[in-house]
Design a protein around this ligand. Structure first.
Ligand code: ZN
Length: 169
């Protein structure tokens, strides 16, 4: 299975201490750079005018802020690895990704890619539903029913989204 960024620490648990340390260093560097930029901007505003002010503001924007934007991106990515986003109901973004990746064909218990439509509202006499194995979703050409693994479990077991995710992880 593809490793998601939010799962990296479960694969490399030793990296957590390193990552936390690096995160602290990055935040310190970002703080000092942000402070420096503010000082230069203030100085520029107080002491320069017209073209000169415009020029130095541009200089700050192009050369100094480029660095801080790069730092901010790395900090954000590390945060995402260290603290996968909780969805407020106990499941994480990574749980949803894992649930979505659960093979639909295993779930349905079939090795065929054309099946009777599993939409509870569609009484399908001839198989009219296709499973895209690679993308892991199904589509019914008769009733337009669409489902990934999570939706399939929701509709066929009568569960809400969160419970369906829990069932699949
Ligand atoms: Zn259907």
């Amino acid at each position: 299975m593809l490793i998601k960024i939010s799962e990296l620490l479960s694969v490399f648990p030793d990296a957590e201490a390193y990552l936390e340390d690096r995160q602290k260093t990055l935040k310190d560097v970002l703080d000092s750079k942000t402070k420096l930029i503010k000082e230069r901007q203030d100085y520029n505003r107080q002491n320069r005018q017209d073209f000169e002010r415009w020029f130095f503001d541009l200089f700050i924007e192009v050369f100094l802020k480029k660095d801080t934007k790069k730092l901010e991106r790395e900090i954000k990515r590390n945060d995402w690895i260290l603290n996968p986003i909780k969805k407020g109901n106990g499941i994480t973004e990574q749980d949803i990704e894992i649930a979505k990746a659960y093979p639909l064909m295993d779930l349905i218990g079939t090795d065929k890619t054309i099946i009777n439509c599993p939409n509870p509202d569609h009484e399908d006499k001839n198989p009219s539903c296709s499973i895209n194995k690679k993308a892991n979703f199904l589509y019914c050409f008769s009733c337009n029913y669409y489902a990934d693994s999570i939706k399939y479990v929701q509709d066929n077991l009568g569960l809400g989204f969160v419970d369906a995710v829990r069932r699949l992880i």
